[in-house]
Design a protein around this ligand. Sequence first.
Ligand code: HDE
Length: 730
Amino acid sequence: MAKESKRGDGKKAAETPAKAPPLPAGADQPTCFAEAVGTGGETHQTTDDVNQTLTTQQGVPIADNQNSLKVGSRGPTLLEDFILREKIFHFDHERIPERVVHARGYGAHGVFELTNSLAEFTTADVLSKVGQQTEVFVRFSTVAGRAGSFDLARDVRGFAVKFYTRQGNWDLVGNNIPVFFVQDAIKFPDLVHAVKEEPDRAFPQAQSAHDNFWDFASLMPEAWHMVMWQMSDRTIPRSFRTMEGFGVHSFRLVNAEGASTFVKFHWKPRQGLQSVLWNEAVKINGADPDFHRRDLWDAINAGDFPQWDLAVQLFGDEDAAKFDFDHLDATKLIPEEIVPLRIVGTMTLNRNVDNFFAETEQVAFCTQNVPPGIDFSDDPLLHGRNFSYLDTQLKRLGSPNFTHLPINAPRCPVMNFQQDGHMAMRNPKGRANYEPNSWGAEGGPRENAEAGHRSYPAPLEGEKRRVRSETFSDHYSQARQFFVSQTAVEQKHIGDALVFELSKCERVDIRTRAVSHLRNIDEDLATTVADGLGMPLPDAAVAARPTLDLAPSPALSIIENGPASFKGRKVGILLTDGTDAAIFAALVKAVDGEAAVYEVIAPKIGGVTLDDGTKVAARHKLDGAPSVLFDAVAILPSEEGAQMLASDAVAKDFVSDAFAHCKFIGHSAAAAELFSEARIPAERDAGFIPLDGAKACKSFIEQCGELRLWTREFDVDLDAKTVVTDPRPE
Ligand code: HDE
């Protein structure tokens, strides 16, 4: 069966352990709503299941939802109209404050299965029992943009996972980058203010390419390791499905004997890493601002469930003492080559949300949500976060009872004497609401020294001072390590990104100060960026410590860690009337064979008639589907169709963008005319694959698994001449 990408409106949900029970028969598509109340996501149908009469919030049936109550037919409208008043009142209060950071996000449900026990290191049940499945909810996000901003902003991505464990919720609130911009929580508001839109003009939105961000970054040497990641393609991922996730800070695992082991958490996507090009990102934002959320929704609905392996790096105080950095400094990572990753389980996202607001918007993460057996390190950034997340939920969700919302409610029993407050839905019964009490078995829950969370008794002493540890002062060594760990084309992208971003700064002194840091990271990069900005090379910034030449870490490259095949990727197939039906069928078969997806693009949305008379529906009209929406393209016009497309500016853009973005391009012989009108060089490179039979179609899709013909970039980009040396052999 051919795998045409699903439109994404049919639900294909997989079972998860604590899935809400199904709605009553006949009520699976309520016209009003199913009101979810209670603690564990149980659903109560409050509408009339039989005839589904529209009601007010008070349950009063509504006779007319089209007209307000008036005197005569032309008014005035009467204040007595409680139906109108209630409806408008509720509408007026629909919005809650968006998150101050990570406002734009998208979530999905899934399951985590443990494959390797860490019981020797932790009492956390979720990490102890091999084969045990734990329900999870994940929210991916951008950081800087508002909730309505576009998906392909150059930005860090949030990767927040809530595990509904048997010992309470565990929130691993991470990013897709393993380090952070600042070392101390007290600098976080400054960082966020600097990167967000400038306060007087309220722009630019969702981007760091402006004076305020680079002013701040250039005054903060500690930011430059993360700046290198930010300027890399990590911040323009192809999909949420192709990103890594990192817990960033060191946490502690604590075992039954009370022994502590430090741990860093990593999520490795089974889909392989993949990003887009900056020029592509800019165009995707115009063509489909919801590119990432649509991608995740479509993949899950199509049953192509994304998976990540959870890996840990475990180390003790003695190991930490040997690192040439301080693991409590969140601007540093622990290279995988120094502390190897140990895969302990797999997360599968298998269910889209039923309601975006109820789930993705109202989910409330907190770094402090940890089960027994997981504890905190002394990372000062983490400590700031531990305060911030609970605090922000009160502002955003408006009540300390946000934990009663089904998306936030633990799936295990919740028993305590906390009570009342706005919108309390979990109201204890009985007489005792305090502890200790002498009401015996009816007196409610009691503390449990055995099962309860106990903080690791780390011995501490010291003076109370506002200082930054000396051990936090090497700002450039890992930034350099990151840069030298990239392939040539990725290094080029970092150079391009820096030139682009700094060219958006109006103040020359800010550009200059920024480049002065690059001199401590990589001289060639500094030279390239200065050249790209048309400015002299400034003196190097004063470094607190000399930069070390650390060994490259191949794990840091995206291209080195790409997918094994074209699985889950999307090819756009451009058809016209008269396209060769046999080739189209062979291509669809090849796409299916690799478990990839395709979408048909045609001059008209009504579709095309192939040369054997078959009619094929189009998913997109050509004007609405630029090639940036696809991982690869197949251009299969008939002779006549190619002639028509050759005079169409949009068709020419389709081809020339696919070419410029180094994509693999399968094509019919007739496409030659379109190529020459699109000014594709007559001597075509290895990325052009003539599709003249089933074998060619198969090898085209196999080759697409390489994702891009990166060497082409050195032929098509003017900046390439000045950035890095063309890596191809002479
Ligand atoms: Fe956050 N961060 N953060 N952060 N963060 C929030 O909490 C904060 C940091 C991250 O999908 C807020 O519920 C401080 C690092 C993610 O709902 C807020 C500091 C990392 C999300 C907050 C940091 C993150 C947030 C805003 C420095 C990667 C989205 C809304 C001390 C490890 C979670 C909210 C979601 C959200 C504070 C730094 C990741 C204000 C004070 C480092 C993925 O509480």
